[in-house]
Design a protein around this ligand. Structure first.
Ligand code: 5GP
Ligand code: MN
Length: 329
């Protein structure tokens, strides 16, 4: 890992321009890491283009990130970049319409913290023990003496704050607090950023959330809490998919449950799955088996079945994982 980090840093230091990308439907770590690195590079005089797969819809709670207003999507994204960096993207298929650019890049650098990463780059800086991809970029900057300006600090902070669940998950190590102390010192306005990231929703979203929460069902035998929404729910409340990223964070709070499942019709006929676990069950392996990926405690995939078939199938899968594990103390 260490030598890959140095190789990646050297490639970036000698590049004149870099194309950056993150996974489809990006979360705070994907966007924060990409834009954080973007600002670090441009402040060093390296030109950078950042984007993610179409549709180029930035969730409203990340729209304040410096650079989020000037992202590049297809067909404008470089077709064969000299150097391309993907961040927080565990497999090449999560690049959707940017995948051809990654395949045509002369040098492809992959920076990620997903254990399920398939090492699809020429250089792969993968550290599953890093709380966030943003933390890997922070380490790289510190190791190479790269300046982190206030725009970069805001972006990297967002990656770390979101992927640690506001410094609550078990990936919240002393290193996280040291990094965040440095970023706060550079000038991240913690209170307004926190409100924008986590505590600011349109009333329409809150009413939509009410419906999805009231739909929650508990499978007591498998200690699973389950809910779903479809296009009709989104339309009824006038809510967009990017706005709904945090719904799973409410559902996973059910005390009775060890595993939380949310099945979403994200576009007409497209079914996305979010799984969360308290740690006893490895939801990443369940999702990898179905073509997706993620972390032990948070993972997802795109299902080829309908909402209710997907739920039924996952109940069996989680049940099987529980019986494999055997009774807990
Ligand atoms: P979420 O449920 O919030 O969409 O995703 C949870 C975690 O699983 C994130 O780390 C995300 O990157 C990963 N993940 C979600 N969907 C997929 C997928 O289709 N493929 C892969 N490789 N990872 C996914
Ligand atoms: Mn991510």
């Amino acid at each position: 890992m260490e030598s890959q980090l140095v190789r990646a840093a050297e490639i970036l230091e000698s590049a004149s321009s870099v194309a950056l990308a993150c996974h489809t439907s990006p979360d705070g770590d994907a966007l924060g890491t990409m834009l954080g690195l973007h600002h670090i590079l441009t402040s060093r005089g390296i030109s950078a283009v950042s984007g993610f797969p179409s549709p180029l819809e930035v969730p409203p709670h990340y729209a304040f990130l410096p650079g989020a207003e000037s992202l590049t999507a297809q067909p404008a994204y470089p077709a064969a970049p000299e150097v391309m960096v993907t961040v927080d993207c565990g497999s090449i298929d999560r690049l959707d319409d940017l995948r051809p650019s990654a395949e045509a890049a002369r040098t492809l650098v992959v920076i990620d913290h997903h254990g399920s990463n398939t090492n699809y780059g020429h250089v792969n800086v993968i550290d599953p023990s890093a709380a966030a991809s943003a933390l890997i970029v922070f380490r790289m900057a510190r190791e190479r003496g790269w300046e982190i300006n206030s725009d970069a600090a805001m972006c990297l902070y967002t990656g770390i704050a979101t992927d640690t669940g506001r410094f609550q998950f078990d990936n919240t190590t002393p290193e996280v607090f040291r990094a965040v102390a440095d970023l706060a010192e550079i000038g991240v306005p913690i209170a307004p950023v926190s409100r924008t990231l986590f505590e600011e929703h349109r009333l329409a979203f809150m009413k939509f959330l009410g419906r999805v929460l009231s739909r929650c069902e508990l499978d007591a035998e498998r200690q699973m809490v389950i809910s779903w929404y479809d296009q009709a729910d989104l339309e009824y409340f006038g809510v967009t998919m990017p706005e709904t990223e945090s719904v799973i964070d409410f559902i996973r709070q059910a005390k009775e449950a060890e595993v939380a499942l949310l099945v979403k019709e994200s576009a007409p006929g497209e079914i996305k799955v979010s799984l969360r676990s308290l740690g006893g069950i490895d939801v990443a392996s369940i999702c990898v088996e179905r073509g997706g990926g993620g972390h032990r405690m948070a993972a997802g995939y795109t299902s080829r079945m309908g909402i209710h078939e997907t739920i039924a199938e996952l109940k069996m899968a989680v049940g099987a994982a529980m019986s494999e594990r055997g009774p807990t103390a």
